[in-house]
Design a protein around this ligand. Structure first.
Ligand SMILES: [Zn+2]
Length: 140
């Protein structure tokens, strides 16, 4: 919003609030700005003493937060890809093997069906689910 000091042809000065400069010019052209004292629509703008921008751009911080979140999620994905064995759809089978000591404990990643997840939970195997951003790796 911008505040303009205005003056009518009769010399009354008053203050008008406008969205921006163009809104003022538009309303002035159409004669929509009337003096509150004498109702004259012939008004002129006198050098403004102040202008206020109320709706400051506050979206900047949330935008950078979103970017940071995206970067973080990429880092997590990257970390998992580098440090976890991809066992693909064998995830549940491998997790069970480790649980029962058939194979050595290691970090694995892969995909599992809802039924398999249920089995893992019942057996007491802890795992985390993360959304995979690109290609669901079902072929391994
Ligand atoms: Zn007036």
């Amino acid at each position: 919003m911008i505040a303009y000091d205005l003056q009518c042809v009769n010399g009354h000065s008053f203050e008008g609030w406008f969205e921006d400069e163009n809104t003022f010019k538009d309303q002035e052209k159409k004669g929509l700005i009337a003096c509150p004292v004498c109702d004259m629509t012939a008004v002129t703008r006198i050098p403004s003493t102040f202008a206020i921008k109320s709706s400051a751009r506050s979206s900047l911080s949330s935008e950078s937060t979103a970017a940071q979140m995206e970067e973080l999620s990429l880092r997590i994905t990257d970390f998992i890809e580098k440090n976890f064995d991809n066992v693909g759809c064998e995830f549940a089978k491998e997790a069970l093997k480790m649980h029962y000591g058939v194979t050595e404990q290691r970090n694995i990643r892969g995909t599992s069906s809802p039924e398999e997840e249920k089995t893992l939970k019942e057996v007491g195997i802890e795992f985390i689910k993360i959304p995979i951003p690109t290609n669901p790796e079902s072929d391994a």
